[in-house]
Design a protein around this ligand. Structure first.
Ligand code: SF4
Length: 335
Protein backbone atom coordinates (compact mmCIF):
# COMPACT_ATOMS: atom_id res chain seq x y z
CA UNK A 1 0.00 0.00 0.00
CA UNK A 2 1.34 3.46 -0.92
CA UNK A 3 0.76 5.97 1.86
CA UNK A 4 3.65 8.46 1.66
CA UNK A 5 4.92 10.69 -1.14
CA UNK A 6 8.13 8.64 -1.19
CA UNK A 7 6.10 5.51 -1.99
CA UNK A 8 4.71 7.27 -5.07
CA UNK A 9 8.21 8.00 -6.40
CA UNK A 10 8.60 4.30 -7.19
CA UNK A 11 5.74 4.45 -9.68
CA UNK A 12 5.80 7.96 -11.17
CA UNK A 13 8.59 10.23 -12.40
CA UNK A 14 7.89 13.26 -10.22
CA UNK A 15 9.41 16.71 -10.60
CA UNK A 16 10.59 18.73 -7.58
CA UNK A 17 7.71 21.14 -8.25
CA UNK A 18 5.16 18.31 -8.15
CA UNK A 19 6.57 16.97 -4.89
CA UNK A 20 6.63 20.44 -3.30
CA UNK A 21 2.99 21.01 -4.39
CA UNK A 22 1.91 17.64 -2.98
CA UNK A 23 3.66 18.27 0.35
CA UNK A 24 1.43 21.30 0.92
CA UNK A 25 -1.71 19.21 0.41
CA UNK A 26 -1.24 15.99 2.33
CA UNK A 27 -1.93 17.40 5.80
CA UNK A 28 -5.36 18.50 4.57
CA UNK A 29 -6.05 15.69 2.09
CA UNK A 30 -3.87 12.57 2.64
CA UNK A 31 -2.66 10.07 0.03
CA UNK A 32 -3.24 6.32 -0.35
CA UNK A 33 -3.07 3.93 -3.30
CA UNK A 34 -2.79 0.20 -3.96
CA UNK A 35 0.35 -1.10 -5.67
CA UNK A 36 -1.91 -2.63 -8.31
CA UNK A 37 -3.54 0.69 -9.28
CA UNK A 38 -0.26 2.66 -9.26
CA UNK A 39 1.32 0.01 -11.48
CA UNK A 40 -1.20 0.86 -14.24
CA UNK A 41 0.47 4.25 -14.77
CA UNK A 42 2.95 4.97 -17.53
CA UNK A 43 5.68 6.56 -15.44
CA UNK A 44 7.06 8.48 -18.41
CA UNK A 45 3.80 10.29 -19.09
CA UNK A 46 3.66 13.46 -16.95
CA UNK A 47 -0.10 13.67 -17.61
CA UNK A 48 -0.88 10.04 -16.99
CA UNK A 49 -4.57 9.61 -16.00
CA UNK A 50 -3.77 7.14 -13.19
CA UNK A 51 -1.20 9.53 -11.73
CA UNK A 52 -3.69 12.41 -11.94
CA UNK A 53 -6.28 10.27 -10.16
CA UNK A 54 -4.12 9.56 -7.11
CA UNK A 55 -1.29 12.08 -6.87
CA UNK A 56 -2.17 15.38 -5.12
CA UNK A 57 -1.56 18.85 -6.55
CA UNK A 58 -1.60 22.25 -4.88
CA UNK A 59 -4.80 23.01 -6.80
CA UNK A 60 -6.69 21.03 -4.17
CA UNK A 61 -6.16 23.92 -1.75
CA UNK A 62 -7.44 26.69 -4.00
CA UNK A 63 -11.20 26.11 -3.64
CA UNK A 64 -13.37 27.71 -1.00
CA UNK A 65 -16.43 25.57 -1.56
CA UNK A 66 -18.65 23.54 0.78
CA UNK A 67 -17.42 20.12 1.93
CA UNK A 68 -20.91 18.63 1.57
CA UNK A 69 -22.90 20.56 -1.07
CA UNK A 70 -25.26 17.61 -1.57
CA UNK A 71 -26.24 18.00 2.11
CA UNK A 72 -25.92 14.28 2.77
CA UNK A 73 -25.16 14.75 6.45
CA UNK A 74 -28.15 16.92 7.34
CA UNK A 75 -30.58 14.61 5.53
CA UNK A 76 -29.67 11.77 7.87
CA UNK A 77 -32.56 10.59 10.08
CA UNK A 78 -30.55 7.61 11.43
CA UNK A 79 -26.79 7.39 11.98
CA UNK A 80 -25.10 6.07 8.81
CA UNK A 81 -28.12 6.67 6.54
CA UNK A 82 -29.10 9.52 4.18
CA UNK A 83 -32.69 9.78 2.98
CA UNK A 84 -33.01 12.24 0.09
CA UNK A 85 -35.43 10.62 -2.37
CA UNK A 86 -38.80 9.15 -1.25
CA UNK A 87 -38.05 5.61 -2.43
CA UNK A 88 -34.25 5.45 -1.97
CA UNK A 89 -31.72 5.63 0.85
CA UNK A 90 -27.93 5.77 1.06
CA UNK A 91 -25.98 3.81 3.67
CA UNK A 92 -22.38 4.96 4.26
CA UNK A 93 -20.74 1.74 5.49
CA UNK A 94 -17.22 3.06 6.13
CA UNK A 95 -14.98 6.03 5.35
CA UNK A 96 -12.01 3.80 4.44
CA UNK A 97 -10.83 3.47 0.82
CA UNK A 98 -7.73 1.61 -0.39
CA UNK A 99 -7.25 4.36 -3.00
CA UNK A 100 -7.89 8.03 -2.28
CA UNK A 101 -9.09 9.49 -5.60
CA UNK A 102 -8.30 13.18 -5.69
CA UNK A 103 -11.75 14.01 -7.14
CA UNK A 104 -13.70 12.18 -4.41
CA UNK A 105 -16.94 13.98 -3.50
CA UNK A 106 -16.77 12.56 0.05
CA UNK A 107 -13.24 13.85 0.62
CA UNK A 108 -14.56 15.48 3.79
CA UNK A 109 -14.53 12.03 5.43
CA UNK A 110 -10.86 11.23 4.75
CA UNK A 111 -9.54 12.82 7.91
CA UNK A 112 -12.35 11.72 10.18
CA UNK A 113 -11.56 8.90 12.55
CA UNK A 114 -11.93 5.60 10.65
CA UNK A 115 -15.36 4.12 11.01
CA UNK A 116 -17.10 0.93 9.95
CA UNK A 117 -20.83 0.51 10.32
CA UNK A 118 -21.79 -1.59 13.37
CA UNK A 119 -24.44 -4.29 13.76
CA UNK A 120 -26.34 -1.97 16.13
CA UNK A 121 -26.42 0.74 13.45
CA UNK A 122 -27.55 -1.82 10.89
CA UNK A 123 -30.43 -2.80 13.19
CA UNK A 124 -31.52 0.86 13.48
CA UNK A 125 -31.14 1.46 9.75
CA UNK A 126 -33.11 -1.62 8.73
CA UNK A 127 -35.85 -0.74 11.24
CA UNK A 128 -36.09 2.72 9.57
CA UNK A 129 -36.17 1.20 6.07
CA UNK A 130 -39.00 -1.13 7.09
CA UNK A 131 -41.15 1.71 8.47
CA UNK A 132 -40.55 4.04 5.50
CA UNK A 133 -41.14 1.30 2.90
CA UNK A 134 -38.01 2.24 0.97
CA UNK A 135 -37.56 0.32 -2.28
CA UNK A 136 -33.97 1.01 -3.30
CA UNK A 137 -30.91 0.92 -1.00
CA UNK A 138 -27.48 2.20 -2.03
CA UNK A 139 -24.52 1.07 0.09
CA UNK A 140 -21.51 3.30 -0.38
CA UNK A 141 -18.53 4.68 1.51
CA UNK A 142 -15.57 4.98 1.34
CA UNK A 143 -15.22 1.52 -0.10
CA UNK A 144 -18.07 -0.57 1.33
CA UNK A 145 -16.56 -3.90 0.27
CA UNK A 146 -13.62 -3.39 2.64
CA UNK A 147 -15.82 -3.78 5.74
CA UNK A 148 -15.35 -7.12 7.54
CA UNK A 149 -17.13 -9.97 5.74
CA UNK A 150 -19.17 -10.75 8.87
CA UNK A 151 -20.63 -7.21 8.94
CA UNK A 152 -21.17 -7.19 5.17
CA UNK A 153 -23.07 -10.48 5.41
CA UNK A 154 -25.17 -9.21 8.32
CA UNK A 155 -26.12 -6.06 6.38
CA UNK A 156 -26.85 -7.79 3.08
CA UNK A 157 -28.96 -10.54 4.63
CA UNK A 158 -30.93 -8.09 6.80
CA UNK A 159 -31.76 -6.05 3.67
CA UNK A 160 -32.72 -9.18 1.76
CA UNK A 161 -35.39 -9.93 4.38
CA UNK A 162 -37.18 -6.57 3.97
CA UNK A 163 -40.23 -7.10 1.81
CA UNK A 164 -40.36 -3.57 0.30
CA UNK A 165 -36.70 -3.52 -0.80
CA UNK A 166 -36.41 -4.42 -4.49
CA UNK A 167 -32.77 -3.59 -5.05
CA UNK A 168 -29.55 -3.22 -3.04
CA UNK A 169 -26.93 -1.30 -5.01
CA UNK A 170 -23.33 -1.44 -3.84
CA UNK A 171 -21.14 1.47 -4.95
CA UNK A 172 -17.70 -0.11 -5.14
CA UNK A 173 -14.47 0.79 -6.89
CA UNK A 174 -12.76 -2.48 -5.94
CA UNK A 175 -12.95 -3.98 -9.47
CA UNK A 176 -11.04 -0.89 -10.67
CA UNK A 177 -8.49 -0.18 -7.95
CA UNK A 178 -8.02 -3.48 -6.11
CA UNK A 179 -9.64 -6.41 -7.97
CA UNK A 180 -7.69 -8.89 -5.82
CA UNK A 181 -9.67 -7.74 -2.75
CA UNK A 182 -12.91 -8.87 -4.36
CA UNK A 183 -12.60 -12.37 -2.92
CA UNK A 184 -14.73 -15.43 -3.68
CA UNK A 185 -16.13 -15.13 -0.15
CA UNK A 186 -17.33 -11.55 -0.69
CA UNK A 187 -18.90 -12.44 -4.03
CA UNK A 188 -20.69 -15.38 -2.39
CA UNK A 189 -22.14 -13.01 0.24
CA UNK A 190 -23.38 -10.65 -2.48
CA UNK A 191 -24.85 -13.59 -4.38
CA UNK A 192 -26.72 -14.75 -1.27
CA UNK A 193 -28.18 -11.23 -0.99
CA UNK A 194 -30.21 -11.97 -4.16
CA UNK A 195 -31.20 -8.31 -4.65
CA UNK A 196 -27.64 -7.03 -5.06
CA UNK A 197 -26.37 -5.02 -8.05
CA UNK A 198 -22.87 -3.59 -8.17
CA UNK A 199 -22.25 -0.02 -9.37
CA UNK A 200 -18.63 0.49 -10.13
CA UNK A 201 -16.59 3.50 -11.22
CA UNK A 202 -14.28 3.23 -14.24
CA UNK A 203 -13.16 6.66 -15.49
CA UNK A 204 -10.56 5.82 -18.10
CA UNK A 205 -9.84 2.95 -20.52
CA UNK A 206 -6.42 2.45 -18.85
CA UNK A 207 -8.33 1.13 -15.81
CA UNK A 208 -9.88 -1.74 -17.77
CA UNK A 209 -7.26 -4.48 -17.35
CA UNK A 210 -7.13 -8.26 -17.38
CA UNK A 211 -7.60 -8.29 -13.57
CA UNK A 212 -10.51 -5.86 -13.57
CA UNK A 213 -12.19 -7.82 -16.38
CA UNK A 214 -11.82 -11.03 -14.37
CA UNK A 215 -13.35 -9.37 -11.29
CA UNK A 216 -16.33 -8.21 -13.38
CA UNK A 217 -16.71 -11.67 -14.91
CA UNK A 218 -16.92 -13.30 -11.45
CA UNK A 219 -19.63 -10.84 -10.38
CA UNK A 220 -21.66 -11.44 -13.53
CA UNK A 221 -21.28 -15.19 -13.14
CA UNK A 222 -22.73 -14.88 -9.62
CA UNK A 223 -25.79 -13.14 -11.09
CA UNK A 224 -24.80 -9.65 -9.92
CA UNK A 225 -25.49 -7.00 -12.61
CA UNK A 226 -22.60 -4.54 -12.97
CA UNK A 227 -23.20 -0.90 -13.97
CA UNK A 228 -20.73 1.95 -14.18
CA UNK A 229 -20.70 5.59 -13.31
CA UNK A 230 -17.98 7.89 -14.59
CA UNK A 231 -17.06 11.39 -13.49
CA UNK A 232 -16.09 13.80 -16.26
CA UNK A 233 -12.66 15.04 -15.16
CA UNK A 234 -10.61 17.81 -16.70
CA UNK A 235 -7.25 16.49 -17.85
CA UNK A 236 -8.18 12.85 -17.15
CA UNK A 237 -11.04 11.85 -19.44
CA UNK A 238 -12.64 15.00 -20.87
CA UNK A 239 -12.36 14.04 -24.53
CA UNK A 240 -14.68 12.33 -26.94
CA UNK A 241 -12.00 9.79 -27.96
CA UNK A 242 -11.28 8.73 -24.36
CA UNK A 243 -14.92 8.35 -23.42
CA UNK A 244 -15.77 6.56 -26.66
CA UNK A 245 -13.04 4.03 -25.89
CA UNK A 246 -14.14 3.72 -22.26
CA UNK A 247 -17.85 3.21 -22.93
CA UNK A 248 -17.35 0.80 -25.83
CA UNK A 249 -14.83 -1.24 -23.81
CA UNK A 250 -17.21 -1.39 -20.86
CA UNK A 251 -19.98 -2.61 -23.11
CA UNK A 252 -17.69 -5.33 -24.43
CA UNK A 253 -17.17 -6.62 -20.85
CA UNK A 254 -20.93 -6.36 -20.15
CA UNK A 255 -20.72 -3.38 -17.81
CA UNK A 256 -23.47 -0.88 -18.58
CA UNK A 257 -22.32 2.77 -18.52
CA UNK A 258 -25.25 4.53 -16.85
CA UNK A 259 -24.08 7.92 -15.51
CA UNK A 260 -21.52 10.48 -16.61
CA UNK A 261 -21.44 13.08 -13.83
CA UNK A 262 -20.15 16.59 -13.97
CA UNK A 263 -17.65 16.95 -11.12
CA UNK A 264 -19.43 18.18 -7.96
CA UNK A 265 -18.62 21.63 -6.53
CA UNK A 266 -16.85 20.14 -3.50
CA UNK A 267 -13.93 21.66 -1.62
CA UNK A 268 -10.61 20.33 -2.94
CA UNK A 269 -12.18 18.78 -6.03
CA UNK A 270 -13.65 21.43 -8.28
CA UNK A 271 -10.47 22.09 -10.28
CA UNK A 272 -11.35 18.82 -12.08
CA UNK A 273 -14.72 20.22 -13.27
CA UNK A 274 -15.34 21.01 -16.92
CA UNK A 275 -18.00 23.43 -18.13
CA UNK A 276 -21.50 21.96 -18.47
CA UNK A 277 -21.30 22.79 -22.19
CA UNK A 278 -18.17 20.71 -22.68
CA UNK A 279 -19.94 17.61 -21.35
CA UNK A 280 -22.99 18.33 -23.56
CA UNK A 281 -20.78 18.66 -26.64
CA UNK A 282 -19.06 15.33 -25.90
CA UNK A 283 -22.41 13.60 -25.36
CA UNK A 284 -23.81 15.05 -28.59
CA UNK A 285 -20.92 13.57 -30.55
CA UNK A 286 -20.97 10.23 -28.73
CA UNK A 287 -24.67 9.89 -29.46
CA UNK A 288 -23.85 9.68 -33.15
CA UNK A 289 -21.42 6.81 -32.59
CA UNK A 290 -22.72 4.69 -29.72
CA UNK A 291 -26.03 2.92 -29.22
CA UNK A 292 -28.11 3.82 -26.13
CA UNK A 293 -26.88 0.69 -24.32
CA UNK A 294 -23.35 2.13 -24.31
CA UNK A 295 -24.38 5.72 -23.59
CA UNK A 296 -24.71 6.95 -20.02
CA UNK A 297 -26.94 9.78 -18.84
CA UNK A 298 -24.99 13.02 -18.42
CA UNK A 299 -26.01 14.59 -15.10
CA UNK A 300 -25.23 17.15 -12.43
CA UNK A 301 -25.96 16.21 -8.83
CA UNK A 302 -27.55 18.66 -6.38
CA UNK A 303 -28.92 18.50 -2.82
CA UNK A 304 -32.37 18.14 -4.43
CA UNK A 305 -31.26 15.20 -6.56
CA UNK A 306 -29.76 14.59 -9.98
CA UNK A 307 -30.54 16.72 -13.02
CA UNK A 308 -30.15 14.85 -16.27
CA UNK A 309 -28.82 17.00 -19.11
CA UNK A 310 -29.73 16.07 -22.63
CA UNK A 311 -27.60 17.45 -25.46
CA UNK A 312 -30.70 18.85 -27.15
CA UNK A 313 -32.45 21.57 -25.20
CA UNK A 314 -30.76 21.16 -21.79
CA UNK A 315 -32.67 23.31 -19.30
CA UNK A 316 -30.45 25.72 -17.40
CA UNK A 317 -29.45 29.38 -17.53
CA UNK A 318 -25.88 30.59 -17.46
CA UNK A 319 -24.72 34.04 -16.34
CA UNK A 320 -21.63 35.52 -14.67
CA UNK A 321 -22.56 33.93 -11.29
CA UNK A 322 -22.70 30.38 -12.70
CA UNK A 323 -25.37 27.90 -13.82
CA UNK A 324 -28.95 28.22 -12.61
CA UNK A 325 -30.93 24.96 -12.57
CA UNK A 326 -34.57 24.61 -11.61
CA UNK A 327 -35.66 21.58 -9.58
CA UNK A 328 -39.43 21.65 -9.03
CA UNK A 329 -39.99 24.91 -7.09
CA UNK A 330 -36.34 25.52 -6.18
CA UNK A 331 -33.61 27.27 -8.19
CA UNK A 332 -30.10 25.97 -7.57
CA UNK A 333 -27.00 27.94 -8.50
CA UNK A 334 -23.85 25.95 -9.27
CA UNK A 335 -20.42 27.40 -10.05
S1 SF4 B 1 -12.99 4.92 -4.27
FE1 SF4 B 1 -14.81 6.23 -4.35
S2 SF4 B 1 -15.21 6.80 -2.22
FE2 SF4 B 1 -13.08 6.04 -2.34
S3 SF4 B 1 -11.81 7.85 -2.66
FE3 SF4 B 1 -12.28 6.99 -4.69
S4 SF4 B 1 -14.12 8.13 -5.34
FE4 SF4 B 1 -13.92 8.41 -3.12
Amino acid sequence: MLSTLNDFKQYFNLTEKEIEGAKKVIDTFPVRCTEYYASLANRNNPNDPIKKTVFPTAEELKDFLPDDPLKEEIQSPVSGLTHKYPDRVLIVATNYCPVLCRFCMRKRNWKKQSFVITKEQIDEITKYIKTTKVRDVLISGGEPLTIPDEILEYLILKLKEIETVDIVRIGSRLPVVAPNLLTEKKIKILERGEKVWLNTHFNHPAEVTKSSKEAVKKLLKAGIPVNNQTVLLKGINDSEETLYKLFSTLQRIKVRPYYLFRCDPVNGVFHFATSVEKGLEIMKNLKKKLSPLALPYYAVDTYRGKIILFPEGAEYKRDEKGYLFKVEDVSILLP
